[in-house]
Design a binder for this molecule. Structure first.
Ligand code: IVH
Length: 693
């Protein structure tokens, strides 16, 4: 029996790894998401029935472990050096000349065997270079022991970084076990280095969500990638769209590789994605023109390339050249200039976010920049305006930070006429006139009736991850609030057909559709509602955790900080923001309105009865079962982490009653124990039982 299960589990894992390789490494998926998900579900079900067979390299084990309070230091066995930068073709040719000179000079005194290049003494042949994209992300190192991913770390200061293994495990590009079919080639211990990055699209989506949730925005994809790798809770990292390009071996490289190209090929064979745009160039001329060819093309890529890296292909040569204390001599980067332009600040406006953070925005005279027209730039916070001495009417240099969010780099003070106006830090909220409070570098408006915040909160409430009310977008919400038809999200539920019809771009049909969509949203699961409330620090995942834990909104509302803190995945800050939120009397009024409107405030059977609810629960089985022997059903319960006992007591959570149950059933009824028949039990553990069929 066990052998069958183990075989089945291993088979599934091999299949999933194979498809991971096709998807992440080769970019040629052979199956669709649905089929892939089915494999994963099957494996998860098997593993939850047989937790004794779970291994750390199983594809199901990417996210795990407790949040940490800090990262352990990680000493690099070989320092992670940096690369010398160049900015022009001339500098690149200078690099080529310099290394040829060094090699030439080195030869007469060199006792080592002749190098595999250059036949003429005193003159060195062309050097072959591999030219690659310089990915603008975060350098990391990955260690594999016998082909299994064991540890990973950031570069840090080059000698010591942070051990971010649990976070790296969540990055699907990183195989938890090498894919390579030819196991004899896998060294016992090998280090692979590469760059973790966040694709542009994923970055934009992440920031968009953060904006909706009133959280601070990341300035560029690199910061977002770095921030995501340094999160203390791997569950959050798992949700960030992080990707990897591996570009070199570190420690443990097999001595049979003679060139960098061979290393790239081997890394890819092991199952790590290698950027496909590398090119073997016969000499520096080819390398220079390859670098130039990407200068403008790079803006079409979905990741940030801030330059090219030029590497001597021959490893013998690379080793011979050695390194300075900072960088290897055989590698150099060719950096592209960030795209910048100048324009005038016409005005500075202030945006108010969902949780009341005031953000200054520069309204620019529109200018084209890296393929789009830029007319606004975030100034992040008011200290930043002060620090850069930004005034209305100033000419400024703008750059797309990470070529996406426009940023004011600096003021062109030489262009000042004296008519520029300083921007006064708001003393009141520009939307509601309420008081503002400074919190670190941010200004916040805490007025619960602030319309700007109300609009943001309502938009968020209705958004897809929350109550998912189709047809009620930002423009409509803006109108409804401005016309004072609604003032908070609970008012959505008192909207009538006649309120909607007169609004701009609203016909009778769309009004009716919206009324229907609002009605439909009343029965959303509790976790949707918890998320929709807009509690600071509570996104979709935390909302699910809370819904599962408490089961009703009332219980969550009455929970003290101490109880919240004890929940796995809920930290002290989040616990406090929950308590703060619910203790606000305005919040309580709004929630009462939601309840009166008939919005569901209880978790469904489906939400609460998950594996974790079976785990730790006490079961008693009685009577004759049709589909199982007593032993079989007891094994299922135990495999899911439940306990089986023979007598019904106050501590019994479930009684499973078959035919002719007898006195145990009576006792359970008296005690109010949950009684399940065979079908109900199967329903409870349905997902987990799939493997049986
Ligand atoms: S090779 C000795 N190749 O650039 C360093 N680095 O500015 C060997 N980077 O810390 C690194 N793309 O994080 C190499 N194709 C690539 C790269 C790359 C990005 C990063 C790397 C390094 C930084 C140096």
């Amino acid at each position: 029996m066990n052998k069958n299960v183990i075989d089945k589990i291993e088979n599934l894992r091999a299949k999933i790894r194979y498809h991971d390789g096709k998807y992440y490494v080769d970019n040629m998926p052979e199956i669709g998401d649905y089929e892939y998900d089915q494999l994963m579900i099957e494996l998860k079900n098997l593993e939850s029935s047989y937790p004794q067979f779970i291994t750390p390299d199983s594809p199901t084990q990417r996210v795990g472990g407790e949040p940490v309070s800090e990262f352990a230091p990680f000493e690099h066995r070989i320092p992670m050096l940096s690369i010398e930068n160049t900015y022009s073709d001339e500098e690149l040719r200078e690099f080529d000349k310099r290394i040829k000179r060094m090699l030439k000079d080195a030869r007469p005194n060199d006792a080592r065997p002749a190098m595999p290049f250059g036949r003429v003494v005193g003159q060195v042949d062309d050097i072959e270079y591999v030219v690659e994209h310089k990915i603008d992300g975060v350098a990391i190192t990955l260690w594999y022991e016998n082909g299994v991913f064991t540890r990973g770390a950031t570069r840090g200061n080059g000698f010591r970084g942070d051990d971010v293994t649990t976070n790296l495990r969540t990055v699907k590009d990183i195989p938890l076990r090498f894919l390579c079919a030819n196991h004899t080639r896998i060294p016992p211990e090998i280090e692979i280095r590469g760059e973790i990055y966040m694709p542009n699209k994923g970055f934009q989506r992440l920031n968009q969500r953060r904006e909706e949730e009133g959280e601070l925005l990341f300035a560029n994809p690199r910061n977002a990638a770095a921030g995501s790798l340094k999160l203390l809770d791997p569950h959050t990292t798992a949700k960030r769209p992080l990707r990897l390009f591996a570009y070199a071996f570190g420690y443990g490289r097999n001595s049979k590789y003679t060139s960098h190209i061979e290393c790239l090929v081997a890394i890819k064979e092991f199952g790590l994605p290698v950027n496909p745009h590398y090119k073997l160039c016969k000499n520096i001329d080819e390398a220079v023109s390859y670098c130039n060819s990407w200068e403008t093309k790079r803006s079409n890529l979905d990741y940030q390339v801030d330059g090219m890296v030029i590497k001597v292909n021959s490893l013998a040569l690379h080793n011979k050249l050695g390194s300075t204390s900072k960088a290897p001599r055989g590698v150099i980067s060719y950096k592209y200039h960030p795209e910048e332009t100048t324009t005038k600040i016409e005005a500075i406006t202030v945006q108010v976010g969902k949780t009341g953070t005031l953000t200054p925005v520069a309204e620019l005279n529109p200018v084209p920049l890296s393929g789009t027209t830029v007319s606004r730039a975030s100034l992040y916070n008011f200290d930043e305006i002060e620090r850069k001495d930004i005034r209305i009417g100033d000419y400024v240099v703008v750059r797309k930070a990470g070529e996406i969010i426009p940023q004011v780099v600096k003021v062109m003070k030489e262009k000042r006429t004296g008519n520029e106006k300083r921007f006064g830090v708001p003393e009141r909220c520009p939307a509601c006139g309420g008081d503002v409070t400074k919190e670190e570098v941010y200004l916040k408006c805490y007025n619960p009736l602030c319309t700007a915040q109300a609009k943001r909160r309502i938009i968020y409430f209705a958004s897809r991850n929350a109550m998912d009310i189709e047809g009620i977008g930002p423009a409509l919400i803006e109108q409804l609030v401005d016309k004072k038809v609604i003032k908070d999200y609970a008012d959505i539920y008192s909207l009538k057909f006649d309120d909607l019809v007169p609004l701009e771009r609203m016909g009778e049909k769309s009004a009716q559709n919206l009324i229907d969509a609002i009605e439909k949203s009343k029965v959303r699961d509790l976790h949707c509602l918890i998320c929709a409330l807009g509690i600071q620090n509570i996104g979709t995942h935390a909302a699910e955790v809370l819904s599962k834990h408490f089961g009703t909104l009332d219980k969550l509302m009455n929970a003290p900080v101490e109880e919240l803190e004890e929940i796995f995945e809920i930290g002290n800050i989040t616990a406090k923001s929950i308590v703060d939120f619910f203790s606000n009397s305005h919040t309580q009024d709004v929630i009462n309105k939601l309840k009166t409107a008939g919005v569901n405030v209880n978790a469904s059977h489906k939400e609460t009865n998950t594996v974790s609810d079976i785990s730790g629960k006490s079961f008693v089985v009685t009577g004759t079962l049709n589909g199982y022997t007593r032993k079989e059903i007891e094994d299922i319960i135990k495999n899911l982490g439940g306990r089986v006992s023979s007598t019904v007591s106050g501590k019994t959570d479930f009684l499973i009653a078959g035919e002719s149950p007898g006195s145990k059933l009576e006792k359970a009824e008296k005690l109010g124990t949950t009684i399940l028949n065979e079908e109900e039990f199967e329903e409870l553990v349905k997902e987990k039982l799939k493997w049986k069929n």
